[in-house]
Design a protein around this ligand. Structure first.
Ligand code: MLM
Length: 412
């Protein structure tokens, strides 16, 4: 994979020009993407910039995020050829930091669960996950050093786990979702993919102009609470093994590690996540579902068919649980620095019919807390499995530093 940190060092030292860095990316895409299918479209006119912390860094943008220089087609026939007038603010933030938008990466239709044709670079017989399929696959295949995705359920963390890359779903609203096709305004969060945790941190720090997000050279040992999420059901053996391996490695590296049960109200928030998601989806997709029913992607259309009976009273009750659960989780996170939990039930499912199950991700999306995927082990078939490091709302720097600690501990 291409390390953003390594590219920055080589560009800063003059060893590598920004033009050469972008040319290397184009060569890697040309060599790999015919087999992987991570990109919907490439910008052949995009050039390297000469200033900014992300100069020479090629970035892939999930195709539900508006771009002025490329169509934004939402992975859906209804939006084929759709050309936004303006870049979404997160795209502009990348450009203002010096990045080069190299292309649009595949997304499941409307970032739901109708799968893409993108393959897992580690094993082409398996899904890369979704809904940010192309972003995770393009980074994992070594085509680009940085990509944007989004998460409503588990669409950043789960594909990152399946593809063996680092990723962050930041605190809710750290990055604006203006210009991002809305699924659920309470849940939708823009995230980043990179080769390693430090690379993701550098990308997020540059986009947000928050240098405090950069992982320091020395990271102190965190107090870790292991959250098994038993309320979400049992994981597959590879998922359980990854959680145990990460906890053990962190402890051997000096972290204090203990299992932490979640309060019942937090488990209840896990249960009502779909109520919030689907109620808001019916409003977000009202035009597509109401005026273009036959052209809707089938799995999303079926979900909306099933959930159209949801009532405002049910939604209000779910939001009340959400607010109380966020308060309870904040109290839990005073006992430890971070939580470590499962990123997915196990390795990537075989075939492309499913992008996997967000059952271990969705709670944290609803809680709005920063989540970082740390690649942890390689399961049967050469398939990666990660774990998620979680800090309190607004503690993105702490989540990134602790995730880097776990990442380094796993390398020992
Ligand atoms: N958009 C999403 O997060 C949906 C998913 O987890 O597959």
């Amino acid at each position: 994979m291409i390390s953003l940190a390594d590219l920055q060092r080589r560009i800063a030292s003059g060893e590598l020009s920004t033009d050469a860095a972008i040319a290397q990316t184009r060569d890697a895409i040309a060599a790999q993407d015919k087999a992987i299918g991570a990109f919907v479209r490439l910008d052949e006119t995009a050039r390297a910039q000469q200033a900014g912390p992300l100069r020479g860094i090629a970035v892939g943008i999930k195709d539900i995020i508006d771009t002025a220089d490329l169509p934004t087609e939402m992975g859906a026939a209804i939006y084929r050829g759709h050309q936004p007038r303006a870049d979404a603010p997160v795209v502009m933030a990348l450009k203002q930091a010096g990045a080069t938008i190299i292309g649009k990466t595949t997304t499941t239709a409307f970032a739901a669960n109708d799968p893409t044709a993108t393959l897992n670079p580690h094993n082409h017989a398996h899904t890369p996950g979704g809904s940010s399929s192309g972003s995770a696959a393009a980074v994992a295949a070594g085509m680009i050093p940085l990509a944007l995705g989004t998460q409503t359920g588990g669409s950043v963390i789960r594909p990152a786990s399946f593809c063996g890359v680092a990723a962050i779903k930041p605190s809710y609203r750290l990055l604006p979702t203006v210009g991002v096709k809305c699924f659920s305004w309470t849940l939708d969060t823009v995230g980043l993919f990179g080769a390693g945790v430090r690379d993701v941190a550098l990308g997020l720090a540059a986009m947000t102009r928050r240098p405090e997000l950069v992982v320091p050279s020395k990271v102190s040992a965190p107090r870790i609470g292991v959250a098994t999420q038993a309320f979400a059901g049992s994981p597959e053996p590879s998922g359980a093994e990854a959680l145990q391996k990460a906890a053990r490695a962190a402890e051997q590296a000096g972290a204090t590690v203990r299992e932490l049960a979640m309060p019942e109200i937090v488990a209840e928030a896990w249960r009502i996540h779909p109520v919030v998601q689907e109620f808001e989806a019916h409003q977000s997709f009202a035009w597509e579902y109401g005026q273009n029913y036959d052209a809707m992607p089938p799995l999303l259309r079926g979900r909306l068919d099933e959930s159209k009976g949801g009532t405002p009273a049910e939604y209000d009750a779910a939001m009340d649980v959400t607010l109380r659960a966020r308060q309870a989780l904040a109290a839990v996170l005073t006992e430890v620095d971070v939580l470590v939990t499962l990123s997915a039930p196990g390795a990537a499912p075989k075939g492309l019919a499913s992008t996997g199950d967000p059952r271990y991700n969705r709670l944290w999306t609803l809680m709005g807390v920063p989540c970082v995927n740390v690649p942890t082990l390689t399961a049967e078939g050469g398939l990666p499995v990660g774990v998620t490091v979680i800090a309190g709302f607004g503690d993105d720097a702490k989540a990134l530093a602790a995730a880097s600690f776990v990442e380094d501990a796993l390398k020992r």
